[in-house]
Design a protein around this ligand. Structure first.
Ligand SMILES: Cc1cc2nc3c(=O)[nH]c(=O)nc-3n(C[C@H](O)[C@H](O)[C@H](O)COP(=O)(O)OP(=O)(O)OC[C@H]3O[C@@H](n4cnc5c(N)ncnc54)[C@H](O)[C@@H]3O)c2cc1C
Length: 441
């Protein structure tokens, strides 16, 4: 029987080191390469944000256009269809006698729900889910998921010495597409803003990989990684990793090459260290399932917080009484990116100064971040809110101290117009009485 495979692309938008595509191409005589644009991404969730904001969508479309080009060069064609993935895929399975459905393994509860749904609807079909987003495959880990270490340090110690699979080599041409389908693909219309620092797609990702490791930046990473700004202070791989434009194993292979050919020091080790944080959060998310999104996370009780719509709006728009927080949020809203230290500061502010439910902050980040990754985002937020895996409790960053340390001359705050328009956090008091301006000063 002629094998027709359907490759459901998701967070693996690349042709290099893509074991899903390789497997499908080896075993099928014709292939449907599909990406689904799910209308649910554009609807507000219960946490007041839309999963896919404007900047994220632009980066995604750039990635799709590049993937389409890469596939075309190898005899394939990307079909982009709008609709609920279960309906879209079910329809294609029936119309084109699909025998096997492939995807990259996803740790997201929502994405897995779609996958399970399809498996139940088509019990006789073959479904193949392949690891491509993580450094390790589950069977490589030296412990069962139930025994995942409860702290990052223990996790790191256990996995650091494991050997890492080399990226898989890809064929020059893939199995051919189903011709009649190509005409039905959505046209991906790309807009690129002149100010975009990040451009989606594996071409841009591989260029950045090369340029980063051709520079001296890796040698100083540990000293510069906490800076609030600057292209070369940290690696800036995250948006490409999150969308799968860059394979994490390819990144680690390049890092190793730099260490062998150029230099190996504490900074180059620290890049691996941070990539292992990403890895840890992936397995944490897989273990926690729905608990990753619960207010109380792994704690027995919910954090003491309330929902103040005005404070939340002020935080989102960068209009709080804290200039550094304002500047950081404006940077995020404009560029879709914020440094790690910046993220820690604004997240701590939302939880501690504004006393808001951390999940609203996480949902807003999901909408805005180019590098949104379900595991890294919700895992880091849980960590700051003190409801995650780490037993040491939450993190409270002193905003004044952080400002003195990371923006001593106020340059960052001025650049992003973080100046405070009102030092008042709320315009009414707890009993809804308006708060009058203090004229005594
Ligand atoms: C509240 C909060 C939310 C976050 N949300 C996300 C998210 O949605 N997606 C995301 O990729 N990262 C997230 N991070 C982690 C981190 O801030 C970014 O990965 C990092 O800032 C990206 O910039 P970079 O590539 O230059 O990082 P580098 O400092 O150069 O690090 C190299 C790589 O290591 C990984 N990494 C570094 N720090 C972390 C970390 N703390 N957790 C997980 N991975 C890490 C990233 O893949 C990164 O690309 C979040 C952090 C916080 C505090």
């Amino acid at each position: 029987m002629k094998q027709t495979g359907l490759v459901w692309f998701n967070h693996d938008l690349r042709v290099h080191d893509n074991p899903v595509l390789l497997e499908a191409s080896l075993h099928c005589e014709r292939l449907i390469c599909l990406f689904c644009i799910d209308p649910a991404w554009f609807k507000p969730t219960g946490l007041n944000a839309r999963p896919m904001g404007e900047n994220r969508l632009r980066f995604l479309k750039q990635s799709l256009q590049d993937l389409s080009q890469q596939l075309a060069e190898r005899g394939q064609s990307l079909i982009v269809l709008k609709g609920n993935p279960v309906s879209v895929i079910s329809d294609l399975i029936s119309r084109f006698d699909v025998n096997v459905v492939y995807r990259s393994h996803h740790i997201g509860v929502y994405e897995n729900r779609h996958w399970q749904h399809l498996r139940l609807d088509f019990p006789r079909l073959q479904f193949e889910s392949v690891w491509s987003h993580t450094v390790f495959r589950s069977e490589h880990l030296p412990f069962e998921l139930d025994d995942l270490p409860s702290s990052f340090s223990q996790f790191r110690t256990k996995v650091e010495q494991l050997s890492i699979d080399a990226p898989v080599s890809m064929p020059a041409r893939f199995a051919p597409p189903v011709d009649t389908l190509c005409k039905q693909s959505e046209k991906v219309v790309i807009e690129q803003k002149k100010t975009d620092a990040f451009v989606g797609g594996e071409t841009a990702a591989l260029m950045h990989l090369d340029s980063y490791f051709s520079s001296t930046s890796p040698a100083n990473y540990k000293e510069t990684r906490n800076a609030l700004d600057g292209w070369s202070t940290s690696t800036k791989f995250s948006p490409w990793l999150a969308n799968g434009n860059l394979s994490v194993r390819k990144l680690l292979q390049r890092l190793r090459q730099y260490e062998v050919e150029e230099l190996s020091n504490e900074s180059t080790y620290w890049i691996l260290f941070e990539v292992l944080w990403r890895e840890y959060f992936q397995w944490v998310a897989l273990k926690l399932g729905h608990r990753l999104f619960r207010a109380q996370g792994l704690s027995k009780t919910k954090p003491n917080c309330c929902f103040y719509p005005e404070r939340y709006q002020k935080w989102c728009h960068g209009n709080t009484p804290y200039p550094l927080v304002n500047a950081l949020m404006k940077q995020l809203n404009t560029t879709g990116y914020m440094s790690n230290r910046g993220r820690q500061i604004v997240a701590s502010c939302l939880v501690n100064e504004l006393e808001l439910d951390w999940r609203f902050g996480a949902a807003y980040f999901e909408q805005q971040l180019l590098d949104y990754d379900v595991a890294s985002n919700w895992g880091n937020w849980q960590y700051i809110a003190g409801v995650g895996m780490d037993p040491r409790g939450g993190r409270h960053f002193n905003i004044d101290k952080q400002t003195r340390q990371f923006d001593p001359d106020g340059r960052f705050v001025r650049q992003w117009h973080g100046e405070v328009s009102s030092s008042q956090l709320d315009s009414v008091d707890a009993a809804d009485w308006p708060i009058l301006p203090d004229n005594s000063k």
